[in-house]
Write a protein of this length. Structure first.
Length: 211
């Protein structure tokens, strides 16, 4: 059984294009003045100083699968994730990689302070930067596992699947939270299965052997 891997300091290239896209800017379509660009870049830099990317990942065998669910071997017992779309997503995979990442509490406190204080532009840029950075952290974790799997002549699916998408109900996030030991990276889960701090995410990807 594979142990949970913890990533305490994820360092990655800033996904500026994705941040600007989230802010509504489109290259060649949306014009942005030099003054506004400088303001946005200033707030992105401030956001990066507040974000602490941490993550966790875990490989688990796919014990069983039918059209409505997948069953993972979790060590203390089988873990069932209910979703027809997730079952189709896993196809011929033999394992799953579970992953989670967070931007931390400090950035969320700053976003709340800006929103309450009326500094809406700064708050929006901080929010967009945190969202894209934590999503990029999942990309980084996937790359880590892809490198490990390559040495075993296995491959990771290019795409990932998250609770709350399609018929993969948010309730499944409770299982993800427990298996990934997210409390170890200071993430909690509410009674309605939302992760705290808000800029925290989980996802699954599939593992299969090379053809």
């Amino acid at each position: 059984m594979f142990a949970t891997v913890f990533f305490e300091h994820i360092i990655l290239e800033v996904p500026r294009t994705r941040i600007y896209r989230r802010l509504g800017y489109r290259r060649g379509v949306t014009e942005i003045t030099d003054k506004r660009a400088a303001e946005v870049e200033k707030y992105i830099s401030e956001a990066l100083n507040l974000i602490r990317l941490r993550g966790t990942g875990r490989r688990l065998p796919l014990q069983d699968k039918n059209e409505a669910q997948i069953v993972l071997g979790g060590g203390t017992g089988d873990e069932v994730l209910q979703s027809r779309r997730l079952s189709r997503f896993f196809g011929e995979c033999q394992e799953a990689v579970l992953m989670g990442a967070t931007a931390g509490h400090e950035i969320m406190a700053a976003i709340a302070e800006d929103t309450d204080g009326g500094h809406l532009t700064r708050g929006v840029v901080l929010d967009a930067t945190a969202s894209e950075m934590v999503d990029a952290a999942l990309d980084w974790i996937m790359s880590y596992f892809a490198r490990v799997l390559r040495r075993e002549r296995k491959a990771l699916t290019e795409k990932r699947f998250s609770a709350g998408y399609g018929d993969f109900q948010l309730e499944n996030q409770q299982t993800m939270f427990r298996l990934l030991e997210l409390e170890r990276i200071e993430v909690q889960i509410t009674e309605t299965f939302l992760l705290v701090p808000e800029k925290s995410v989980t996802a699954l990807a599939g593992v299969k052997g090379f053809d």
